[in-house]
Design a protein around this ligand. Structure first.
Ligand code: GDP
Length: 190
């Protein structure tokens, strides 16, 4: 649930971490069950990353390419609720758009979310990575790597396959987001 005291989710300065050194807000979007909570837990460093279901937000400094970056990761919990969805869409500096490679419906949902995101983030180079999670479940795969890659190309975003269960590529996804945010920052400064 939203807690109103969390100033970090206020939308006044939506999408723009203007102050240098202020945290980047990274929003996890995707259908229910794709692994958002698992991602957030790995980010938070939970001992049992696959077994916490009340995680919502975590702020943490990480190091990427030898330079520190502070990220606030928001786990969107109810993407079927339109109001909640709009809050998330307006809140992020960057987005990890998750689907499960074992669930084609979640892949289609990711496309819908990408289109909605475009409405909220028009004409901006908001970093977005399309994330095909659960790649460890080889025999239950419904979405191929090339489909994922093609979708990302159409949507003009980066692509990565991950397994939160195996802790495979999860940090790469967060690091990729930081690299894109820095590129955007550097091109603004230039
Ligand atoms: P959310 O609804 O998007 O937050 O999804 P959860 O993080 O709660 O994950 C839903 C279920 O999928 C849980 O049972 C997780 O343990 C499981 N899960 C998440 N990521 C992976 C993964 O990479 N591989 C496997 N095998 N299971 C996963």
């Amino acid at each position: 649930s939203w807690s109103s005291s969390d100033s970090v989710i206020s939308t006044d300065s939506a999408g723009d971490s203007a102050e240098p050194g202020s945290p980047y807000r990274v929003v996890l979007l995707g259908a229910s069950g794709v692994g958002k909570t698992a991602f957030a837990s790995i980010f938070a460093g939970a001992a049992d990353s696959m077994d916490s279901d009340d995680f919502e937000m975590c702020e943490k400094e990480i190091e990427v390419d030898g330079e520190p970056a502070t990220l606030t990761v928001l786990d969107s919990w109810d993407t079927d609720n339109e109001w909640a969805q709009e809050c998330y869409m307006q809140t992020g500096d960057a987005y990890l758009l998750l689907y499960s490679v074992t669930d084609r419906a979640s892949f289609l949902r990711a496309s819908e979310l990408r289109i909605t995101l475009r409405r909220f983030r028009p004409a901006q180079h908001t970093p977005i990575i399309l994330v095909g999670n659960k790649c460890d479940l080889v025999r239950r795969r419904e979405v191929s790597v090339s489909e994922g890659r093609a979708c990302a190309a159409v949507f003009d975003c980066k692509f990565i396959e991950t397994s939160a269960a195996m802790q495979h590529n999860v940090w790469e996804a967060f690091h990729g987001i930081v690299r894109q945010l820095r590129l955007r920052r550097d091109s603004k400064e230039a």
